[in-house]
Design a protein. Structure first.
Length: 179
């Protein structure tokens, strides 16, 4: 059986939980403290989706403004993207416009289309929610994205996030069209 390779980038402001989401997905555990991602980190996961062997390259992008200049290089050759924001911090939601603008410009210049979803993190803190779910859903629809909320702490919907983006990447992968 052939193995297919997908590049998945995760973007969002610092502290929204990109690294904890990845660690929960890869290792099945939650670590309350992580060092800040400087630039980019890279992870690899082998899995099976839709009966096909997949090698998933996950690019964890540092969320600080000073690293945003690296985004075009990270996007190059990407098959999928997760935009992550913290449902308890409105500014992380508001800043999505900046992330998406750079992302879209980079994709236009590269002549590529990338499967994308929006994820609201820290669902376990829903009682301190600063972004209404309906606002996030409307924002997602306006940008042509799917939407899901998750909690890396409890594990709620974490598998669903990666399953959904995996399905979108497989659906849009030209080299899988004839299989």
């Amino acid at each position: 059986m052939n193995e297919y390779r997908f590049k998945l980038c995760i973007f969002g402001d610092g502290g929204v939980g990109k690294t904890t989401l990845i660690q929960r997905y890869l290792e099945g555990m939650f670590k309350a403290t992580f060092r800040q991602t400087v630039g980019m980190d890279f992870y690899l996961k082998k899995l099976e989706l839709g009966g096909k062997k997949i090698s998933l390259q996950v690019w964890d992008f540092g969320g600080e403004e000073k690293f945003r200049f690296l985004l075009p290089g990270a996007v190059s050759g990407a098959n999928g993207c997760i935009f992550l924001y913290d449902i308890t911090r409105y500014l992380t939601f508001k800043n999505l416009d900046n992330w998406i603008s750079v992302f879209n410009e980079s994709n236009r210049e590269l002549g590529q289309t990338v499967s994308t979803i929006l994820v609201g993190s820290k669902l376990d803190l829903a009682e301190t929610r600063a972004v209404a779910e309906v606002d996030a859903i409307n924002f997602s629809k306006a940008n042509g994205f799917n939407y899901i909320e998750c909690s890396s702490k409890s594990g709620e919907n974490v598998e669903d996030v990666f399953t959904k983006i995996g399905e979108l990447m497989m659906k849009n992968a030209t080299y899988l069209k004839d299989l």
